[in-house]
Each structure stands twice: as structure tokens, then as C-alpha cells.
Design a protein around this ligand. Structure first.
Ligand code: ZN
Length: 327
């Protein structure tokens, strides 16, 4: 890795692009044979010369770590209640919260936010999006200026298709150089089903030999620890990353809905395998990240999906998105 703060290419603006920005292209080219020579050939519009934060990814430092949240795009949630299908007896209460926070209750979308953590020693991708034609993660890794071949570790929080789908591309491993890491119990659960779904078949069973299977509490790479956060799936693992005094909890799907799961104790979402267990895990996690002042990222939180959790009166919590910290 270079000394550059974010390890990005730093190509300067070319002359023609600079002139375009100044609105001078035509005048200078007409007036100066030298300028004319320098602008030939000049048919194609100049592409951005460096990754632009927010364009499919969001990157900032946390302690000595560089954290890049990648958008895998969005998907409509038209078939589900705006509360993600949970707690049918509490819909009026949830609807009031959505209205209070100006969150749309119809035509909503789901976000998917894999994350890359660069520790200085390792470059780790946590979850991989949906893959296939819908998945935007791989394009956005490149847009972030990161060569996918340089990712040395891929960690999977749980076996749902929107987290494992990007492990393969057109039937081939997307990250052939990377050590693949997943919780042993979670991997076993999905790969021993009588009729594994297509995503499991392609991305877990098909890549079985690449996986290192770990136990809760294990170190994934130095500085990153797997944390048992059951309920969304029964063996779901989140990731605790630490660098000096700064810590980050990568929730995966353990945090649920970015507003309702925080605001309403006991709330679960329709995707949870065991809603009551998921809700208890959430309370423990939210208490931990607020007590310890950790950064958090939630896989289905609205992009850029990185911030803190704030403790409110009455046992409620709120998500506080980061305000574009650059250093
Ligand atoms: Zn998910």
C-alpha cells in the first residue's frame, strides 16, 4: 500500500479537461496551434480521473483503518409492508414512526452495503451483494479504485443470497486470491439442506474448498473479530473491528431496519429466522455500540450506511449517519 491516505490513483486533470472546466476549449484551440495539437485526438469526453467519494461507494478513515462502504444497488420492496413485514400487531405504531421521520411507507427500496476494511496489513471484504445482473458491488469496488484481485480476505456474515451472491461471477470465483471465511455452524446449516438453493449451490457448496470455517469469537484477520449475533439467522456473525481507540461494528443483518428496529424495542423484520431472538440480540448490540462509542455499518441501512447509534430516552435508539468524515 502507498503512503497516499486512501491509496488512490492520483492522475491530474488532463489539459483538455481542465480547459473544458474553464469553458475555454473552443477559444484556446482556435487561437493556438499548440493547444490544437495538444487536444488531438479529443473526441471522447474525459472520464473522471480519480474515484469520487459517494459515487457508488463511501470511504473514510476510522482510526488507522480505511473503511469503504460499497453500494450493491437497491431493490424495490413493494411486496412487503414498509416495516419489512414484521410485528403485524404493531403496524400502526410503526407507521407513526415512519411518518414522524419522513420515511416513505410505500414504494420503498432495500439497500445492500458490503464493506471493505483496510487495516494496513489486510484488505477484507465483508459480504458480497447479490451478484448476477442486479449486483453492483463489483463495479463499485472498481469505481472506488480498488482492484478486486487485491482483496485478500472475504468474510460472510450469513448464508442469505444477498450476501453470498457476489462470491461468484459467471460461475467463477470473483475473488480467486482471497481466503474465504465464514462461521462453521452457518456454513454447515446452508450446505447440508436437502435441496440447497441456487445461490448456496453456486457460492458456498461450489467454493467449499476455499472456505476457512471459524467459531464465534475467532479472529478473522488481526484487528477483526467475529461476534455471534443470532436471530436473523441462527448462527449469524457480525464483525468487530478495532484500531487503537477506534472501533467499528459491522452489523451485517443483525441490526434490522435502520429506524424501526432501533426505535421500537422488540421489533423484528420479516427476514429474521427467529424474530424474538433477533430482537434480543439487537438490544444487546445497540447497548454495546452506544456504551463503547463504536462506529457502525448496517448492511440494509440506507447507503452510505455508516455512522453511530444514539441512545434515546425510554430504551429507544436512533441511527446517526456520518456526515462525510474524510479523515
Ligand atoms: Zn440481507
Amino acid at each position: 500500500m502507498s503512503d497516499n491516505q486512501f491509496d488512490l490513483p492520483t492522475a491530474p486533470l488532463d489539459r483538455r479537461r481542465a480547459l473544458q472546466l474553464l469553458g475555454l476549449t473552443g477559444a484556446v484551440a482556435a487561437a493556438s496551434p499548440l493547444a490544437l495539437a495538444q487536444t488531438t485526438p479529443a473526441a471522447a469526453p474525459a472520464a473522471p480521473t480519480a474515484p469520487q467519494n459517494g459515487n457508488g461507494f463511501y470511504r473514510q478513515k476510522i482510526g488507522g483503518m480505511t473503511v469503504t462502504v460499497l453500494s450493491d444497488g437497491t431493490a424495490p420492496l413493494a411486496a412487503l409492508l414498509p416495516t419489512w413485514g414484521a410485528n403485524p400487531d404493531r403496524q400502526a405504531e410503526f407507521a407513526a414512526t415512519l411518518a414522524e421521520y419522513h420515511v416513505a411507507a410505500t414504494n420503498t427500496v432495500n439497500h445492500f452495503n458490503p464493506t471493505i476494511i483496510e487495516t494496513g496489513s489486510n484488505r477484507i471484504l465483508i459480504d458480497t451483494g447479490r451478484g448476477g445482473t442486479a449486483g453492483q458491488m463489483l463495479a463499485n469496488i472498481r469505481r472506488a479504485g480498488i482492484d478486486p484481485a487485491t482483496i485478500d480476505t472475504v468474510f460472510i456474515t450469513h448464508g442469505h443470497g444477498d450476501h453470498i451472491g457476489g462470491l461468484t461471477t459467471a460461475g467463477q470465483p470473483t475473488f480467486p486470491q482471497a481466503r474465504h471465511v465464514m462461521g462453521a455452524a452457518e456454513f454447515q446449516f446452508w450446505t447440508t439442506q436437502a435441496n440447497p438453493n441456487a445461490a448456496v449451490q453456486a457460492n458456498l457448496i461450489g467454493l467449499r474448498d476455499r472456505f476457512t470455517l471459524i467459531q464465534p469469537g475467532a479472529e478473522i484477520v488481526p484487528g477483526l473479530t467475529a461476534i455471534l449475533t443470532p436471530g436473523h439467522t441462527l448462527n449469524h456473525l457480525s464483525v468487530r473491528a478495532q484500531s487503537g481507540d477506534a472501533g467499528l461494528m459491522v452489523f451485517g443483518d443483525a441490526a434490522g431496519h435502520f429506524l424501526l428496529s432501533l426505535k421500537h424495542r422488540g421489533a423484528y423484520v420479516g427476514f429474521d429466522t427467529d424474530g424474538a431472538l433477533a430482537a434480543r440480540t439487537r438490544q444487546r448490540l445497540f447497548d454495546q455500540v452506544t456504551t463503547e462509542g463504536l462506529w457502525v455499518t448496517g448492511y440494509h441501512f440506507p447507503f452510505h450506511a455508516l455512522g453511530h447509534i444514539r441512545r434515546m430516552i425510554g430504551g429507544a435508539y436512533e441511527y446517526e449517519p456520518t456526515v462525510w468524515n474524510w479523515s
